[in-house]
Design a protein around this ligand. Structure first.
Ligand SMILES: [Zn+2]
Length: 220
């Protein structure tokens, strides 16, 4: 699904963008052209599935580990996810929020709902979003409809014991995977090009097993 050329292309374009550009880029890699209009939770599930396929296909030590910083003591923590971890499925595509005698129907947010100022709340449904009470209730209802929205991973800091909630960001995990694999692939291309004078295109067109045979013949 992601050949060497596609992987390097993603890496090159992802490095140039900000976090939102990168989420859109990885979303399209995972879900195709319709990525912008999929609910964000669904997009996260597809991105996570693409990452799982990438890990399964190419193996390697970069796996289910991530790092975060404890807000209480500042310790740098490494943590791992269970191998079968997956974001939970959606329960509903729309929610109904009753607020001050009126009923508001809202849909799940999508990537296309983001503008320069962030998420355009009115895109989810005409409602009194300016009212913090309504906005809090609506956010709670939307997250209940799709638990993958705003998913957090709970853990305890082994240094100070503080309870942490780390936001779960599948795009960041996939990006880390792509970065790792792209860097390794680049160094293979450089080694083979130096040793044999082959072009990038020729090297990337070679099956990985064949590439490994030649790499074994050249000094690291
Ligand atoms: Zn701590």
């Amino acid at each position: 699904m992601l050949d060497g050329d596609a992987l390097l292309d993603l890496y090159q374009r992802g490095r140039a963008g900000d976090a939102l550009d990168r989420a859109a880029l990885l979303g399209r890699a995972a879900a195709g052209a319709g990525a912008e209009t999929l609910p964000l939770g669904e997009l996260d599930r597809r991105i996570w599935a693409l990452r799982a396929r990438l890990v399964a296909e190419t193996g390697g030590p970069a796996g289910d580990e991530a790092v975060c910083t404890c807000p209480a003591c500042g310790a740098r923590l490494e943590f791992a996810l269970p191998a079968d971890f997956a974001p939970p499925p959606a329960v509903a595509q729309t929610v109904v929020v009753d607020w001050q005698g009126e009923t508001h129907v809202l849909r799940l947010p999508r990537l296309a709902d983001f503008g320069p100022q962030g998420l355009r709340l009115q895109a989810l449904g005409a409602a009194p979003w300016h009212d913090p009470g309504f906005a809090a209730l609506a956010a709670e209802a939307l997250q209940a409809a799709d638990p993958a929205l705003g998913l957090t991973l709970a853990m305890d800091c082994p240094e100070c014991g503080a309870a942490l909630a780390e936001g779960f960001d599948p795009a960041a995990w996939l990006w880390a995977e792509i970065e790792d694999k792209a860097r390794r692939l680049l160094s293979e291309v450089v080694r083979l090009a130096r040793a044999f004078g082959w072009s990038e295109r020729d090297i990337l067109a070679m099956p990985p097993a064949r590439r490994a045979l030649y790499l074994a013949e050249v000094a690291p």
